[in-house]
Design a protein around this ligand. Structure first.
Ligand code: AMP
Ligand code: GLY
Length: 437
């Protein structure tokens, strides 16, 4: 089977690494991919939201399955595009159609969905420019900190958590009256602040049955001890000590089953991943958000812990017989430490030469923002180098019988890889050590 993966991050490198291990995988294509994905298939220069370009790749290379990495093409309706096209309608697409993708594409839709299906989540109200005055009054009924969320996709930047009322009012006004996030903040969800420990639970579903994938903890802030700006994620750990069997059972009964049943009841055919952002509030799960894709860097620890054939699971999603597929999880820990470019998540440089990838031992270097470049070595010959091409550059993933063992390997290899401006958090997993002492 020829497969096309859409995306260019560590998540897509991890998908490529895993799918390439399947006997049923004939050839992989990745659009646009990165320097890491090219070790497992052919990178094709095409944006995941260029549907016409994607169609051409599918037809040119007789692709029969498309795995959609990021949310953008899903929210824009790539799956619907395939179903509506005579030449593409039989191609399997892993990822929901536009209606299901609203779970991530609209915070207001996802909150309403949770309320309709009795799924535990923070109390909220939604406001528009026309109801700004009511929104300002609603803020007065809450206690700090305040949680303000732009309704639409805002590249992970649309959630603001001001700590005092004056800032919250200013922020709401900026978002609604001054379109701080453009059309994405035409509606704003204001919700209660949940106090607890955050984790991510991932589900793969064919719309009826589902597999609960290993849970993971992400480290979102740029600075150690969770300080500074939010990023896409600076590291990840799986399993999560405070997500024990009893907690996951609660998540399954109160969140996963009502979500799958809710989608079905609303006539939404959902084939793909559901990423449930959760707060563990004194042992009780509360949903912070849904995403309609895998997380990054969570994928770089979740996928390595899946022992079963991922392509076989994806075929189950496409054919509607996921319940017949075996699903086995590796009991070892997996840890990922993300190497980023100096300055990230604000301005940073690209094109810095990366060295030391060949010195990595005992870890997997999943490439995020990297690019293969051909440069003049001397007048006669050229050499291929790998350069930085994004804020998040490489996720260093390791296995261990204990979390510490896995982390020790990830940190050791994080030191072996070098480029100008390299930065990573040295405290990944630090907060979880109390659970193992
Ligand atoms: P989201 O984009 O919805 O994942 O929100 C970004 C981050 O804001 C989350 O990962 C949480 O850390 C935080 N957050 C969102 N909603 C809440 C909430 N109701 N209470 C506390 N923290 C929240
Ligand atoms: N790491 C968080 C995300 O992928 O949204």
């Amino acid at each position: 089977m020829n497969i096309l993966i859409l995306g260019s991050g560590g998540r897509e490198h991890a998908f490529a690494w895993k799918l390439a291990q399947s006997d049923k995988c004939t050839h992989l294509y990745i659009a646009p991919g990165n320097a890491g994905t090219s070790a497992f298939g052919t990178n094709v220069d095409c944006s995941p939201t260029d549907f016409i370009g994607v169609k051409k790749i599918v037809l040119d290379h007789e692709i029969t399955m498309v795995v959609v990495g990021p949310e953008d093409p899903l929210v824009k309706g790539i799956h619907d595009f395939f179903l509506g096209d005579e030449e593409l309608k039989r191609v399997a697409v892993i990822g929901p159609q536009r209606d299901g993708a609203q779970l991530e594409g609209s915070k207001d839709f996802s909150k309403q969905f949770m309320i309709r299906h009795n799924i535990p989540t923070a109390r909220y109200e939604t406001f528009t420019k026309e109801t700004l005055a009511e929104g300002l009054l609603f803020l007065e009924t809450l206690s700090p900190p305040y949680v303000l969320k732009a309704d639409g996709l805002a590249a992970g930047k649309g959630v603001m958590i001001p700590t005092n009322l004056a800032d919250a009012k200013m922020e709401l006004t900026e978002m609604l009256a001054n379109a701080k996030f453009g059309n994405a903040s035409a509606k704003v969800v204001i919700e209660e602040f949940l106090k607890g420990i955050e984790l991510s639970v991932f589900v793969l579903t064919d719309g009826n049955s589902y597999k609960i994938l290993p849970a993971a903890k992400d480290y979102k802030r740029i600075g150690e001890q969770d300080t500074g700006l939010n990023t896409g994620g600076m590291g990840a750990i799986s399993p999560v000590p405070f997500a024990d069997e009893a907690f996951i059972k609660k998540v399954e009964e109160r969140v996963i089953i009502p979500t799958i049943n809710g989608l079905k009841a609303e006539g939404i055919i959902y084939k793909g991943f559901i990423f449930i952002g959760l707060m563990n509030v004194d042992g009780e799960p509360q949903v912070i958000e849904y995403n309609v894709r895998m997380g990054d860097p969570e994928t770089e620890v979740v996928i390595p812990r899946i022992k079963s054939d991922l392509l076989d699971l994806f075929s189950g999603v496409a054919c509607g017989n996921l319940n017949e597929k075996t699903f086995e999880v590796d009991s070892r820990f997996a840890t990922a430490v993300m190497l980023v470019s100096g300055g990230y998540p604000e301005d940073y440089h690209k094109g810095k030469v990366i060295s030391g990838l060949d010195k990595v031992v005992g870890s997997i270097a999943f490439h995020a923002g990297t690019l293969k470049e051909s440069r003049d070595k001397n007048q006669e010959s050229r050499e291929e180098t790998i350069v930085t091409n994004g804020g998040r550059v490489i996720a260093v993933t390791s296995y261990g019988e204990t979390m510490e063992e896995a982390l020790t390997k990830s940190f050791a290899n994080a030191e072996r890889i070098n480029y100008e401006g390299k930065y990573y958090r040295r405290d990944i997993g630090e907060d979880l050590k109390v659970y193992y002492s």
